[in-house]
Design a protein around this ligand. Structure first.
Ligand code: SF4
Ligand code: SF4
Length: 735
């Protein structure tokens, strides 16, 4: 594995990623795991109110963090009463130093460890080895990665990136005899090789899933039983845990324990749940005095706890689910999608625990799909925090020229739109009068060729609006159409299709000319100030129209306007105006389904009776659906578009993983084209496997990605926006 360096450039990081993408085993293993995990998690939470359980975890963790000083005092008091020695470590070095001193003072030489991400965080193993200790990891996965001199690639399954053949080769070297690649045999090898280490060890080091203040009890949830041996066999037991692991009571810990294994691996319970209160007692040898130490690590946690936005990071229970569902992690694995901590939470904590030089590239490797947030055991708003870390890093280090330019242009609507109009004229030599850029401009490298990029429209929607605006005598209601920049300047036909439908439903439409880009591209580039500027412009643009709803055909715009406007504009605009703006945002399909179903179903409003049934047989003339991340997870709209497809007379066929990201992610696909291409290919495979000829979605960014990919890969698949399908304006392949 190529080594990560702290000064790694984005280019070098991309190269590492390319190597991971070339690893067929990794790709297949991660893919299988991602599919199986979703099913396993669903089954594990069956018949339970998952949202409520997760909410309870989020609340109790929040309270514990807020009350951390008192809990820490209580824990220490109770621990010392039970003969546990408690040590406070301000940072990683201090923690490591304390542990090596404990070892030296107790004359220890051989150390066994059970899996601990906190010990990974402090780089404990090399610290101890450099001071003469022999350290052996005893969790099977951790032992494997230790033998390979690499870090874990998952917080719960450290060696998930390796095949049994690789492990067999490794164990053959370790045992000096050829080992078969059979799982049972390999486990036996590990067990017999590690046995002597357990017996001979002087010191056992573990992490802790919970530290209970009321009783000074530490709790561990594991699957292999090695932690029990590590905590009971050696003379000295050291627990290394972050201060965020302290909870008030056993009841709280049990609530977390109900969610943790279900969310981590789809298990109802891990094989071992261990509770330890004080040093283990050796009744056979009364002179054999045991020691137990707890090293409580701060390492920036107190500062995080005091940060109103980032304190939620400390609610994490380290279940690893945010990696399990991440489309990027699935393609490249944990060594590329994390530094020490892996997955979405790793992108954020790397900045706090291991410095911005290690986080700088990582935080850009996110499509903003929201899958991590949707499964988080502690309800952490991970995608938002990733964007915030990106913005902070840019503020601290200085903004790259390209994002500065983008910010400058986006803030100035007239300049932005003027540039798009000029580009529309200038592009003629590269479009050859086709809807696509046939030769990519010089700013793009070859790897961006994975999808056909659309040409900018000759006439943007805003310049067509005067002629298009329908005259409606007795409007059923009045709405504002929010276009977003991609539909306005690239796909005006999608908006025209919607206007046709609104007219049919007697919906009066306004199109305020002061509206601009929604601001999400600026946020994705770490340009928060520019995002704020456009948010303010957009809210102000809606003034005076007196419309009931602000309808958008772009799921990303809908989600960004709904979730980001309050924080961006607070203090810059009246609270009531912000609230009113946010409450009126509605995605296109949700609006049609709720208020104007007769536009797609002549004479009838009962869309539910037309709800689609999953059709598994392949065939011609069928329509399948890609659910934009910002529609299903961002806005919670899942069934409306499918109901509408069925109600409009189409045969709906459900694709596998219809809610998985298409790989667009705005600047993500420009920064990481190779990953974007792989996610896209997977998506198109799923759509094509349904036998559908038409793939429908509800976000212009998804259309750009999916249509561009289908054209480039010469797939027998058309891609269109839902509005075009409903309005009957979908073009045929020969158009
Ligand atoms: S938002 Fe999506 S791509 Fe980004 S970290 Fe979360 S799951 Fe991964
Ligand atoms: S951030 Fe959430 S999903 Fe990720 S490891 Fe922590 S608790 Fe689990």
């Amino acid at each position: 594995m190529e080594k990560k360096t702290s000064q790694e450039t984005l280019k070098a990081y991309r190269k590492r990623i390319d190597t991971a993408l070339d690893n067929d085993f990794l790709r297949t293993a991660m893919d299988r795991f991602a599919v199986a995990y979703k099913e396993g998690r669903k089954n594990a939470f069956k018949d339970m109110d998952t949202d409520d359980l997760i909410e309870q975890v989020a609340i109790l963790k929040k309270k514990a963090i807020e009350n951390r000083t008192a809990l820490l005092e209580e824990f220490t008091f109770q621990a010392e009463k039970k003969g546990i020695q408690v040590h406070m470590a301000a940072d990683a070095q201090e923690a490591n130093n304390i542990i090596s001193h404990i070892g030296k003072a107790a004359n220890c030489q051989k150390v066994i460890k059970s899996k601990s991400m906190t010990a990974e965080e402090t780089h404990l193993n090399p610290w101890l080895e450099n001071r003469g200790f022999k350290v052996t990891e005893t969790d099977l996965g951790e032992w494997i990665v230790q033998l390979r001199h690499e870090g874990p690639s998952h917080m719960v399954m450290p060696a998930i990136h390796l095949s049994r053949y690789q492990v067999a080769d490794l164990f053959s070297q370790v045992t000096d005899s050829r080992q078969d690649a059979k799982i049972e045999g390999l486990v036996k090898v590990a067990r017999s090789t590690l046995r002597d280490n357990f017996i001979e060890a002087d010191m056992g080091i573990t992490g802790a899933n919970f530290l209970i203040a009321k009783t000074a009890t530490m709790g561990l949830v594991t699957n292999e039983g090695n932690a029990r041996l590590a905590t009971t066999l050696p003379r000295v037991h050291v627990v290394l845990a972050g201060i965020d692991k302290i909870l008030p009571s056993l009841e709280d810990a049990l609530k977390v324990a109900r969610v943790l294994p279900r969310n981590a691996t789809g298990q109802q319970l891990t094989s071992y749940v261990t509770w330890i209160t004080g040093p283990s007692q050796c009744t056979s040898m009364e002179t054999d005095k045991r020691e137990m130490h707890i090293v409580l690590l701060d390492n920036g946690r107190s500062a995080i706890a005091d940060d109103p936005l980032f304190s939620q990071v400390l609610h994490c229970v380290r279940c690893g689910a945010c990696a399990n569902v991440c489309p990027v992690y699935r393609m490249v694995g944990g060594h590329q999608m994390g530094h020490i901590y892996i997955g979405a939470i790793g992108l954020i904590t790397t900045y706090f625990f291991h410095g911005r030089e290690n986080a700088r590239n990582l935080v850009q490797n996110c499509t903003n799909c929201g899958a991590c947030k949707a499964v988080c055991a502690a309800n952490i708003d991970l995608p938002r925090l990733i964007k915030e870390v990106h913005a902070r890093i840019q503020d601290e280090e200085g903004h790259p020229l390209k994002s500065l330019l983008l910010a400058k242009v986006l803030k100035n609507r007239k300049l932005f739109h003027g540039l798009l109009r000029s580009a529309s004229l200038a592009q003629v030599p590269v479009t050859g009068n086709t809807p696509y850029l046939r030769h990519l401009p010089m700013v793009f490298s070859n790897e961006h060729n994975f999808r056909a990029l659309p040409a900018i429209a000759k006439v943007p929607f805003r310049d067509r609006w005067k002629k298009l605006k329908p005259r409606i005598d007795k409007p059923a209601m009045k709405i504002i159409l929010f276009s977003g920049c991609v539909q306005d300047f690239v796909y005006p036909e999608q908006l025209e299709a919607a206007v046709k439908l609104f007219k049919k439903g007697s919906v009066d439409v306004e199109f305020p000319m002061g509206q601009s880009c929604c601001g999400l591209p600026a946020m994705m580039m770490g340009e928060k100030e520019a995002a704020r500027d456009v948010a303010i412009q957009n809210v102000k643009a809606m003034r005076g129209f007196n419309a009931q709803w602000i309808v958008t055909l772009c799921a990303s715009c809908a989600s960004h306007l709904t979730h980001a406007t309050r924080d961006l504009t607070k203090g810059f605009l009246p609270d009531k105006e912000i609230k009113d703006f946010i409450q009126r945002i509605i995605p296109f399909s949700d609006f049609i389904n709720r208020f104007a179903p007769e536009t797609v179903l002549p004479g009838g409003k009962d869309l539910a009776s037309h709800a689609p049934k999953a059709v598994s047989t392949a065939g011609k003339g069928k329509v399948t659906w890609h659910s934009p991340c910002h529609l299903c997870r961002g806005m919670g709209v899942r069934n409306a578009p499918k109901d509408l497809i069925a109600a409009s007379g189409q045969t709906f066929v459900q694709a596998e993983e219809e809610e998985t990201c298409c790989g667009f992610g705005g600047s993500f696909s420009a920064n990481f084209p190779a990953v974007s291409r792989e996610i896209l290919t997977r998506k198109l495979d799923d759509a094509e496997n349904t036998g559908a000829e038409l793939l429908v979605t509800e976000c212009p960014g998804c259309v750009l990605q999916l249509r561009g990919g289908a054209v480039n890969q010469e797939r027998n698949l058309k891609v269109s926006h839902l509005a075009e399908l409903l309005a009957g304006t979908v073009k045929t392949s020969s158009d």
